[in-house]
Design a protein around this ligand. Structure first.
Ligand code: AMP
Ligand code: MG
Length: 346
């Protein structure tokens, strides 16, 4: 298949290009587009055949449901049974990087929800995403625009590498600002269960809802016979092809471990900016200052992809803290590393 690639600038949107991409969605085709979190691979959320094409293009298991993207928070009621708690979340965090799981309405086909009776809804803030959904006139079902299992794409080059030839259109709208997928919460009565951490933190959610529970699968691996709350939790994710090992220890112990590793192993390192001066300038990727979690989030997936191009035997990265945005970094890295943590305290 020939893939059209459009460059669109978020601050001066080419409405002709948006109309053309929207017509692909309306005709049942696939369009990859930028959001503030990561790039999405979009199709008409009410068209079961279009949804099937998403699973085929990604190689995604069909029981792993898709998030549907709406142009405005009020549009959620077309697709889901919204509650008063949803209205509060919408007022506080939408448009933005929050996905809310609610009971679904019939208009959403089973192919989109993996047969579940609930649907995940998000209203992105990225101007290109919003323009595309509005022009399509329907919600857009969109998982991340990567081949299933590989790191989510945070710029058009990543999407082109994974999806060129597999989908009709790619919109190149530059780099994603946040770089990690949305926070996902499920509404259960008056309670929220966080299924995936993201830029909307648990503390931020607690300003709107008294009871916020963090699902154990966010930080732990699932037990053998445990049924996940979200089908996506059971799949290996975000992983580079070389094995990734996370280092847990004091700043000094980790730094000396890394210098020793550079001397004895063919390794790639995701390091903090402050460590660059201490390491050999070989197969290292600066993921931002130790205290700048936002920069680390924005760079993480690109860094995992880049680390793979070095052809090293092993990739080392720091084990993130589990607070605030750190919880989202922890969740992505621990899964990319298949829970491999090495303690290096001396
Ligand atoms: P992605 O599409 O790659 O951003 O991943 C979406 C995540 O949302 C996956 O982990 C899905 O399992 C999860 N998800 C989507 N819809 C539902 C739902 N109705 N119930 C539980 N989890 C969901
Ligand atoms: Mg994904």
């Amino acid at each position: 298949m020939n893939t059209d690639i459009f460059k669109i600038y978020p601050d001066s949107i080419d409405s002709e290009a948006i109309r053309s991409a929207a017509s692909v969605i309306k005709a049942g085709g696939l369009v990859a587009f930028p959001t503030e979190t990561v790039y999405g691979l979009g199709a008409d959320a009410t068209d079961k055949n279009a949804a099937k094409k998403i699973y085929a293009a990604k190689g995604r298991p069909s029981d792993n449901p898709l998030i549907i993207h709406v142009a405005s928070p009020e549009d959620a009621r077309i697709y889901a049974e919204v509650s008063e708690l949803y209205e509060r979340l919408a007022k506080a965090f939408m448009p933005g990087p929050l996905t809310v799981i609610m009971p679904k309405k019939l208009i959403v086909p089973d192919e989109v929800t993996g047969g579940l009776d609930s649907v995940a809804v998000r209203c992105p803030s990225h101007p290109i995403a919003r323009a595309l959904i509005s022009a399509a006139g329907v919600a857009i079902a969109a998982p991340s625009a990567n081949i299933s299992g590989s790191p989510s794409p945070t710029c058009a080059e990543h999407v082109i590498k994974d999806m060129q030839g597999r989908i009709e259109t790619i919109i190149d709208g530059g780099e994603c600002e946040i770089g990690l997928e949305s926070t996902i919460v499920k509404i259960i009565g008056e309670k929220l269960v966080m299924l995936r951490p993201g830029a909307i933190t648990a503390d931020a959610l607690r300003c709107v809802c008294d009871e916020v529970e963090i699902a154990s699968a966010v930080t732990e691996s699932l037990g053998e016979n445990e049924r996940p709350l979200s089908p996506g939790m059971k799949y290996r994710h975000y992983a580079p092809s070389s094995p990734l090992v996370l280092l847990d220890g004091t700043r000094e112990a980790v730094a000396s471990f890394l210098s020793a590793a550079q001397a004895s192993e063919n390794c790639a390192i995701l390091c903090y900016s402050e460590e660059k001066a201490l390491l050999k300038n070989e197969n290292i990727i600066d993921i931002g200052s130790e205290s700048d979690l936002k920069a680390q989030a924005q760079r993480l997936f690109g860094a995992l992809r880049k680390a793979d191009t070095f052809g090293c035997d092993i990739i080392y990265a720091h084990l993130p803290v589990q607070e605030g945005l750190g919880l989202a970094l922890y969740n992505r890295l621990i899964r990319a590393a298949a829970h491999t943590v090495r303690k290096v305290n001396s």
